[in-house]
Design a protein around this ligand. Sequence first.
Ligand SMILES: C[S@@+](CC[C@H](N)C(=O)[O-])C[C@H]1O[C@@H](n2cnc3c(N)ncnc32)[C@H](O)[C@@H]1O
Length: 378
Amino acid sequence: MKMNSTKQLMLENLEATPLAYGAIILNKEKFIQVLNEINALSNLFLLKNKIVSLKSIITSPKNDRNGLLNIDTNGDTISLRRDILISELNQILEAKTLERAKYYLKRLENGVQKVKTSKINDINLLRWKEYDEIITDSLWVLDKRDTSGAHFAWYWGNFIPQIPHQTLLRYTKKGDWVLDTFVGSGTTLIECRRLGRNGIGIELNSEVAQKAKCLVEKEYNRYKVTTEVAVGDSRTIEMRNILDKYEINQVQLLIMHPPYHNIIKFSNDKKDLSNAKSIEEFLKMLGEVVDNASPFLEKGRYFTLVIGDKYSKGEWIPLGFYCMNEVLKRGYLLKSIIVKNFEETRGKRNQKELWRYRALVGGFYIFKHEYIMLFKKK
Ligand SMILES: C[S@@+](CC[C@H](N)C(=O)[O-])C[C@H]1O[C@@H](n2cnc3c(N)ncnc32)[C@H](O)[C@@H]1O
C-alpha cells in the first residue's frame, strides 16, 4: 500500500479514540526527551532499568518525578492507550539484545512523534494496535444493533449502523464524500455525521426520504459536514447535478444496500428494485444503478455492497453472488466478501420453532447471514 509521507501528528484527524479505552495523557516533549535519553544508553541492563521506572510512572502516577504527567495548558500533549503503552514497554523489557530493545523503543517514539496514514483512511498505522474497534476478519457476528443517537431502527429492511460505521472508518478519510444509492432510513448519513464524512443518499420513496432527512438532522453535526437525501430513482437520477451542487466531481465511497429482490416489498412503484418481475430483471436494474453511480466514484476507492441470498420455490438462489457478478462486469476488483450474521427480527423470533420444523422437513437451512462485498474501482 502506498503511504502518505509521514507528517506531524494531528490527533483530531485520526480515528483512534484512546480515551474510551483508558488513556494516559503525557507531556509530549518530556516523554520524547525521556525516550531519547533511554535510547542513548549502551547497556541493556541500564536501559531496562529505565524502562521499569518509566513503566512505574505509567502504572502509578505518584512515581512521576520527571514531570511526564505535568500537562501545562500551552504544552503539547500525547494521549496513548495505557494498556498498549504498557505492553510496548513490556516488549522492550523482554528484548534479548540491546539492538532489539532499541528497535522497539524507536518504534514507540515514532508512534508518539509521527503519523502514517494510507490514501484511503485516517488510521494511524504507527499506532495500529489502538484500533481494536476496527474489524479485519471476514466473519462478523454482531450481537447488538447500535441504537444510540438518531439510530432508531424504525425502518424494516435497514442495515445495522455498524456496517456503514466500519466501512467509513476503513475506506474514507474525514471530509471525504460518500454516496448511498439506497439510503432508506438514512443509517449511512447518520454515521457520516458522526464520523465527519459528507454524505449523499438517494431514495425512491419520498415519504421514507422525508423521514430519513428529519432523523439525520437530529444527529449532532460535530464536524459540520454536508448530508443530503435526494429523492429519485438511482438508475436514472442525474448524479452530476447533485454533485455539482456541492462543487465536487467525485465521491470516495459508494454504498449500496438494495432490496434483496422481493424479500421485502418496499413500495408499489415499478421503479423499486423490490418489484422486479424476475431475478434477471432485478439484476438488470441493479446493474443500471451501478452504471449510473460508478463514473462518480474516484478511481482506487471502494464500493460496499450489502446483499443477501433468497429462497424461491424450494431452491436457494445465490442472489448475493449474482449481484457480485454484475458489479465485477463493470470495472471493479473484488477485495473481500464478509459474511455477517442476521439479527433476529421480533416477528421471526416468534416463528423460530415453525421455521426449524420447516427446515427439517424441507431439507434446507434457515438464513442466518448476509454479505458485505467490498470492491475497489480499477
Ligand atoms: C434495503 S433498503 C435500504 C435500507 C438502508 N440501508 C437503511 O439502513 O435504512 C432499500 C431501499 O432502496 C429503496 N429503493 C428501491 N428501489 C430504488 C431505486 N430504484 N432508487 C432508489 N432507491 C430505491 C427502497 O425504497 C428502500 O428504502
